[in-house]
Structures are given as C-alpha cells and as structure tokens.
Design a protein around this ligand. Structure first.
Ligand code: PLP
Length: 243
C-alpha cells in the first residue's frame, strides 16, 4: 500500500518528465550513431515519495535508484506489488552492506574489496543474487574526490575488483559505473570509464553494463558508450531538500 496520494497535476508532471527524458536519451543515442534501445534509463527517485514511483512504473519505468537505506527500504515495502529493479546508488558503509544486500537488486557503487566481501555474505545469508557494478572514480584530483565523498575505485584497480565480484558467491558482475567530477570535463571522465569497461568486458564478456550520465551530462555519457543513465531531475523535477 502506498501511503501518499498522487495529485492529477503530479501525474501530468511525471508523464511529461518521463517522455522528455526518453526523448533526450533517444536523441543523444542517434547523435552518437547508436540505437535508443541500447540505453536503459534508471529513474533516480531519492527523496520523492513512493506514489511517484508507482506512477512512473505505470508509465513504463523499469528501474529505480535510491541512495539511502531506510528510505529505500520503506519505499520498496510499499511497492512490493510492482515488478521493478531496485538500484542502490549511494555510498555503502561496510556495516550497512548486509542490509543493502537484502534490499537492492543491483548495487551500482561497489568500490572496494571489503564491500564485495560484506555484500556477498549478506546476499548468501538472504538467499539472494545481487547485481554489482564496479564504481570507478573518474576524478581528475583524487583528494578533491575523497572530500566530495563520491566514492569509486582507482581505474587501475577496477579489473581486479571486477574479478573479486565475479568470484563472489551471491553476487553477479554486471559492469561499471562512474560519475563525472563536478566542474570537470565529462568527455575526459567518460573516456576513462569506457577504458575500464573495455578491459573488464574482455575478461568478463557478460559484464557489459556501463552506467554513466545524469540529467546534466547524459549526452556525453551516451556518446562515450553508456548503456544505463541515472536520471533524477530530468524526470522528477527538483529534489526536495533533505528533511
Ligand atoms: C542523485 C544521483 C543521480 C541523479 O542526478 P540528477 O542530476 O538529478 O539526474 C545520479 N546518480 C547518482 C549516483 C546520484 O546520487
């Protein structure tokens, strides 16, 4: 049961946002000489109510992204009747990994060995298989990236981390994820990600997902080969402030 009601106005906004986002992705794919169907859209629903997710699912959204554990747990519990793929896109503290593995279908932010171990244990304990993306840091300046708390492994370590995920019980290696640095050059950043993705794919051919691109830079990401974009504002509008 969904606790909040969707107003007709909000339903219209979401329909328009979803249509516009699909059109932007399709145009970016065509501009890059790619098929629009090669790019999956993950609707980033963090801080928006479960009623918005229910409306988006009715419009055809298949994948949703959340970044806080209690919020994601609460929404998923309200929406068990929907067939959605739940992505965890926030940084995962090791002590929270077990809970995340109980909840997420896919963790897009796996960036260190200790997290692989903890997610694997949790997935096995819950009898689940959790899809994982290796989050690669695309920061030009690692110190600034650490300060911004955006996570991600060194690109040079991505292949080794992918191997650990591929060998871990309860986890499935799906590919890579990256975020362009704030104020940086997205083309350069996404080229680094594409390089890591290619090296991983050559050893793990099924790990073909490249999650890159948000509302502000989806065209650069799609030009560089993204197969998944994570769109919040472009679909749902400005996020409410953290409460
Ligand atoms: C919030 C968030 C997004 C969506 O950002 P928008 O600019 O609203 O599209 C994408 N990826 C991650 C990891 C996020 O935390």
């Amino acid at each position: 049961m969904v606790d909040a009601r969707l107003t007709p106005q909000r339903a219209d906004e979401l329909a328009a946002g979803w249509a516009a986002a699909q059109a932007r992705v399709a145009a970016a794919a065509r501009d890059a000489g790619r098929e629009p169907s090669e790019v999956r859209i993950v609707a980033v629903t963090k801080r928006f109510p479960a009623s918005d997710i229910e409306a988006l699912a009715a419009l055809g959204v298949t994948d949703v992204g959340e970044n806080r554990l209690p919020e994601a747990r609460d929404k998923r519990a309200q929406l068990e009747h929907l067939d959605l793929v739940w992505h965890f896109i926030g940084q995962v503290q090791t002590k929270k990994a077990r809970a995340v593995s109980a909840l997420a279908d896919q963790v897009d932010t796996v960036d260190r060995e200790g997290l692989v171990t903890a997610l694997s244990r949790g997935a096995v304990a819950h009898g689940r298989t959790v899809g994982c993306l290796v989050q690669v840091s695309l920061a030009e300046d690692p110190a600034a990236a650490a300060a911004a708390n955006r996570g991600g492994c060194d690109p040079a370590q991505a292949l080794a981390l992918a191997g650990l995920i591929a060998d871990a019980e309860g986890l499935r290696l799906l590919g890579v994820m990256g975020m362009a640095p704030l104020g940086g050059d997205p083309e350069r950043a996404y080229a680094v990600l594409a390089d890591a993705a290619g090296r991983i794919r050559s050893e793990h051919p099924a790990a073909a997902t490249v999650s890159a691109g948000m509302s502000g830079d989806l065209a650069a990401a799609i030009a560089a080969g993204a197969t998944q974009v994570r769109l919040g504002t472009a679909i749902l509008g400005e996020r409410p402030a953290v409460g």
